[in-house]
Design a protein. Structure first.
Length: 198
C-alpha cells in the first residue's frame, strides 16, 4: 500500500514537471503581442510602480519603484547581453547586484557605490569570496583553487598578499608571511630537508 502510494507521488511529480516545462515553452512562443518600447504600470495616484523598457542599444529591463517614485529593483540585460538583478536603497543607490555571465557574481555595495563583498565564480568554476575597503580595495579573500584546495589571503593597502593560509597539494596546511611584493619571507611548517646526509 505504502509502496504504491509513493509510486503515485513520484509519477505525479514527474508529470507535474513535464506539464510545467511544456507550459513554460508555450509562453516563450511568439503569439499575439503588444509592441512598445516602454510600458508603465501605475498605482491609483498615478505614480509609476513598474516599468518595462528597452532602448536602441539592445538593453532591456524590468524596473520596480517605491511609493515615492524611487527605484528599488531592476532586472535587466546590460551591454553584451549580460543579465543583472539589482536592489536599491531608498536613495537610489545600488546595494546588491547579481551578475549572470561566464564568471557570475553577487556583489554587495556601500551606499557610495563601492563594492564591499564579492562572491563569485571564475570562468573555470572556482569560487571566491572577497572583502573590500570603503575605497574599493581588496583586503581579504577566500579561494577554492586547483584541485579544490582552499586558501585564505590577506592583502595590504596596495593589493599585495602579506599573509596566506592554505592547503597544499599533499594535503598539509601551510602558513606564509610575505613582503610587500608578495614574496614569502617566512613559512610554517618549514620545508623538509630531503637531502641525503653524508
Amino acid at each position: 500500500m505504502e509502496a504504491s502510494f509513493y509510486a503515485l507521488l513520484a509519477a505525479a511529480a514527474v508529470i507535474g514537471g513535464l506539464v510545467g516545462g511544456v507550459a513554460g515553452a508555450r509562453l516563450l512562443r511568439p503569439g499575439k503581442t503588444i509592441r512598445s518600447e516602454s510600458v508603465d504600470i501605475v498605482d491609483r495616484r498615478g505614480t509609476v510602480r513598474v516599468r518595462i523598457a528597452a532602448d536602441e542599444n539592445g538593453r532591456a529591463g524590468l524596473f520596480l519603484f517605491g511609493g515615492s517614485g524611487e527605484i528599488r529593483g531592476e532586472l535587466s540585460v546590460l551591454d553584451g547581453a549580460v543579465p543583472r538583478l539589482a536592489l536599491f536603497d531608498g536613495e537610489g543607490a545600488v546595494r546588491a547586484s547579481v551578475i549572470g555571465d561566464a564568471a557570475p557574481g553577487l556583489i554587495l555595495l556601500h551606499k557610495d557605490g563601492k563594492r564591499r563583498i564579492h562572491l563569485g565564480l571564475e570562468v573555470d568554476g572556482a569560487p571566491s569570496l572577497g572583502f573590500f575597503t570603503r575605497d574599493g580595495r581588496n583586503r581579504a579573500e577566500i579561494l577554492l583553487g586547483a584541485g579544490g584546495r582552499p586558501s585564505f589571503l590577506i592583502r595590504d593597502e596596495h593589493g599585495s598578499v602579506r599573509v596566506a593560509l592554505g592547503i597544499i597539494s599533499d594535503g598539509s596546511a601551510l602558513l606564509a608571511a610575505c613582503d610587500d611584493k608578495g614574496k614569502p619571507i617566512w613559512i610554517a611548517p618549514q620545508p623538509r630537508d630531503t637531502g641525503t646526509k653524508r
